[in-house]
Design a protein around this ligand. Structure first.
Ligand SMILES: [Zn+2]
Length: 142
């Protein structure tokens, strides 16, 4: 029996294989946000449930490991932030710049360094985590 594929018009089954530096595993990750005029595709890691940006613009190769060795990225120390006032991160909440958050899946604290609104009313926060370094997360997801 031939299975017809033209019935489902949604893209919910779309996945991209990507390495998660948190889980240290490569997964088939479902695409949660597709780019409009931004170059970022958002993937949800099935291991840690974190949102990872997948850069479609592969031409711009950034040598991140060299920068990390220099201590340019991720030089936020626990003593620099007030972890007692940290709010647990959930994608449904909305955060303020300089607010300290706690990401339970990653067991990591971070400070919000910027906010960015993407086309289509998608809001993101740029967070500098103590262990993970700079990561973008979604906020205000309804
Ligand atoms: Zn993961």
């Amino acid at each position: 029996m031939a299975q017809r594929k033209d019935e489902g018009t949604t893209t919910e089954s779309k996945t991209i294989e990507q390495y998660c530096s948190v889980c240290k595993e490569t997964y088939e990750m479902p695409v949660v946000e597709e780019p409009d005029d931004h170059d970022v595709v958002w993937l949800k890691c099935p291991g840690c449930a974190g949102f990872l940006p997948y850069m479609t613009d592969q031409g711009k190769h950034v040598d991140k490991s060299a920068a990390e060795k220099d201590g340019e990225i991720g030089d936020l120390a626990l003593e620099d932030i007030d972890i007692e006032s940290a709010r647990e991160y959930t994608e449904k909440d909305v955060y303020e710049v300089n607010e300290v958050i706690y990401h339970r899946s990653w067991n990591d604290y971070g400070k919000i360094i910027a906010k960015e609104e993407l086309p289509g009313n998608r809001k993101t926060i740029h967070v500098l985590f103590v262990n993970q370094g700079k990561i973008r997360l979604l906020e205000g997801v309804t």
